[in-house]
Write a protein that binds this ligand. Structure first.
Ligand SMILES: *Cc1c(COP(=O)(O)O)cnc(C)c1O
Length: 426
């Protein structure tokens, strides 16, 4: 039978086998082994173009992909070629995006704990701006810029104190979060920045959280920012760009987040109403670019009936995909081969790691037997980048599918890779 997967348009069943674009995923699992991350290039490009279309009517804009969602070089390369800039949170991410072919002047640098070394590295590269998150950071950045004999471009990350209505661990725009400069201190922070000759103020920035599935927190944020921008500019400080951050959610289960166009249209109208339509508009999406472009493929090792529930023990674990263990996140889990002859039964899908939090899905109706493959969907974002080597497990290989073509973009780690930097005692 052929069927699409509602919510996951780049995956479909063809003769009861799950395909990504035009590639039979079971063939990839057989060739490259499991656990295996697979991504669709068409899905990445579709997501980028939906942002670019949403911003098309602004005079200038830049989609700065948030690298921490998925930082594999070939993914960054694909996004750079599609016209994305990048939002980075470390010197390591800067080196990655430059290696992948990004232009430094499309890179914005976020994060509450930038080191002097990272500031030097980013100044030398010539990034677009630093999203500064505290008053002390302003002073340190000014001193680093002075040492480097240059001016540092800065945008202040303002904490608008709005509730993003998402999981507390991924909410960042409330007053008691560690992120950003408090709304009430923002004007004073801008005046301080303006007094430092080694800084050049270029913009204003915010980012209120992640997996946001409603437009209203963004509208609240923009309303708060607009009032602030008017105050700041009335003090003679000009802002070239407005960065609305990232955070748009995706469908994991039954969420129906707004499209970028539906989200940004009313926000852009608000900018118009305040005469700010000529400013460059930046956005920093991560999850909504890569999340549903990828899946984690795993093989069923054992079926284990229990007193109260059945376990489906698979070869992928919390070290490969941490989100369920970390945030109790839901990921859809589907069979690569649809058995019509097996009865469906409820299973807890769990990994081999020695932790009770090592689960991928609870109470899932599956038609499976040992040796079958499963796809854990929506795993493109915060999957590979959060993976670890816990239990001395080697990290998965990664594949990028492009139509019928298959590219191995990361080889599976070997155990000797894991201890390459370790030394025995003499
Ligand atoms: C993580 C992060 C993003 C991206 O968030 P998503 O939810 O993946 O879109 C954007 N900006 C900043 C500053 C971030 O920390």
């Amino acid at each position: 039978m052929n069927a699409s997967l509602p919510g996951f348009p780049f995956f479909h069943y063809h003769q009861d086998q799950l395909y990504l674009e035009q590639v039979d995923i079971a063939a990839l699992a057989a060739q490259y082994g499991t656990p295996l991350y697979v991504y669709s290039k068409a899905a990445l490009l579709h997501a980028v173009s939906s942002y670019q279309q949403a911003l098309a009517h602004t005079p200038s804009h830049l989609v700065c992909y948030a690298v921490k969602a998925n930082s594999s070089l070939a993914i960054l390369q694909t996004l750079a070629q599609a016209g994305c800039g990048f939002d980075i949170v470390s010197g390591g991410e800067l080196q990655r995006v430059l290696t992948a072919g990004a232009k430094a002047n499309t890179v914005v640098f976020s994060g509450v704990g930038k080191t002097r070394a990272e500031m030097h590295q980013a100044l030398k590269a010539g990034i677009k701006c630093f999203n500064v998150e505290s008053l002390q950071e302003l002073d340190v950045l000014a001193s680093v810029a002075k040492e480097a004999g240059t001016q540092a471009p800065v945008s202040l990350r303002i904490n608008p104190d709005v509730d993003a209505k998402t999981h507390p661990y991924i909410s960042t725009g409330l007053e008691n979060n560690k992120f950003g400069i408090a709304y009430k201190q923002a004007l004073a922070a801008y005046q301080h920045a303006a007094s430092l000759p080694d800084l050049r103020i270029v913009g204003i920035d915010c980012h209120i959280g992640s997996q946001i599935t409603e437009a209203s927190p963004y509208l609240d944020t923009v309303n708060r920012l607009l009032a602030l921008i008017q105050q700041i500019e009335s003090h003679g400080i000009h802002l070239e760009h407005i960065d609305l951050g990232g955070g748009l959610g995706i469908t994991y289960h039954d969420e129906t987040p707004p499209t970028p166009t539906n989200l940004y249209q009313p926000l852009i109208e608000r900018l118009h109403a305040h005469g700010l339509q000529s400013r460059e508009l930046l956005v920093e999406p991560g999850r909504s670019i890569v999340g549903n472009a990828g899946a984690l493929i795993t093989q069923v090792l054992y079926l284990k009936p229990g007193a109260h529930k059945n376990f489906c023990i698979v070869d992928a674990a919390m070290n490969d995909l941490a989100r369920p263990a970390m945030y109790e996140a839901y990921h859809e889990i589907v069979e690569l081969k649809r058995h019509t002859d097996l009865p469906a039964a409820p299973y807890d899908v769990v990994g081999p790691v020695c932790e009770s939090s090592d689960w991928l899905g609870y109470d899932r109706q599956l038609r499976v037997q040992a040796g079958d493959f499963l796809a854990v969907l929506s795993a493109g974002a915060y999957g590979m980048t959060m993976s670890s080597n816990y239990n001395s497990r080697t990290r998965a290989a990664e594949i990028l599918v492009d139509g019928k073509s298959v590219h191995l973009i990361r080889k599976r780690e070997t155990v000797t890779d894991l201890y390459a930097h370790e030394q025995l005692l003499p």
